[in-house]
Write a protein that binds this ligand. Structure first.
Ligand code: SF4
Length: 186
C-alpha cells in the first residue's frame, strides 16, 4: 500500500532518549542509554516495514528527545536505513535537534558528513541561572560556542538557515506553568 497525499510529506523520526530529563518537559523521552541498542533494532525493523509505502519525502527531521545524545555511529546507521528504504526530493532539508553540550567540533563535522544541513539547537536561555532552574545540562557559554561554530562552518545545503531554535511559551504548556508556579517573570 502506498500512502498518497496532496503534498509531498516530510519524515519525522522521534529519538526518545536524553542524557537527563528536564523537569518541565512533556515530550516523551527517557534517560536510559542502555535501551538504545534495542530501540535501534526496532527502528530498523519499522523502517524496512514501511519501505514502498511513500513515493518520496521532502524533508527529514530527527527530533526527540535528544538525537545528538546518540553516538555518531548510531546516527550513521539510522541515516543509512532511512536513505536505503525511502526516497527524498532534491534539496531536502535534513534537520537534527541538538543539545549545545553535545556539539563538539568533531560531532558537528560528523553530522555534516552524514548529510544534515540544518540544526535545531536547544538553547532555551542565555542565562546560566535560568538554565539551572530549568534543569538543563548545558551552559550559556556552550550555546554561544556551538552557535559560533555552526555559524563559522555552515552545514551543507542551506547555509542561510540560521542553526538555532526558538522557545515558544504557550498558555497551558508545562514550561509556562512551571515558571508561573515559581513566580519567575515570563
Ligand atoms: S533535553 Fe529536551 S527533550 Fe530532553 S528532557 Fe530536556 S527538554 Fe525534554
Amino acid at each position: 500500500m502506498v500512502f498518497k497525499t496532496m503534498f509531498i510529506p516530510g519524515l519525522y523520526v522521534h529519538v526518545p532518549f536524553c542524557r537527563s530529563k528536564c523537569p518541565y518537559c512533556a515530550f516523551y523521552s527517557i534517560a536510559s542509554a542502555s535501551l538504545i541498542p534495542r530501540w535501534l533494532n526496532a527502528f530498523k525493523k519499522e523502517i524496512s516495514h514501511y519501505k514502498g509505502h511513500f513515493d518520496e519525502f521532502d524533508s527529514l527531521y530527527l527530533g526527540g528527545g535528544t538525537p545528538t545524545f546518540l553516538e555518531v555511529s548510531d546516527l550513521a546507521g539510522m541515516m543509512e536505513q532511512i536513505f536505503t528504504h525511502f526516497d527524498f526530493a532534491r534539496d531536502t532539508e535534513i534537520t537534527i535537534e541538538a543539545n549545545p553540550c553535545d556539539l563538539t567540533r568533531e560531532k558537528t563535522k560528523s553530522l555534516r558528513d552524514l548529510g544534515f544541513n540544518r540544526i535545531s539547537l536547544g538553547v532555551q536561555s542565555f542565562e546560566d541561572d535560568e538554565l539551572s532552574f530549568l534543569g538543563r545540562r548545558h551552559t550559556a557559554m556552550q550555546s554561544k560556542t556551538a552557535l559560533m561554530d555552526l555559524r563559522n562552518r555552515p552545514l551543507n545545503l542551506n547555509p542561510n538557515i540560521f542553526p538555532a531554535t526558538s522557545c515558544l511559551l504557550k498558555n497551558g504548556r508545562p514550561l509556562q506553568d512551571f515558571i508561573k508556579r515559581e513566580c519567575l517573570p515570563p
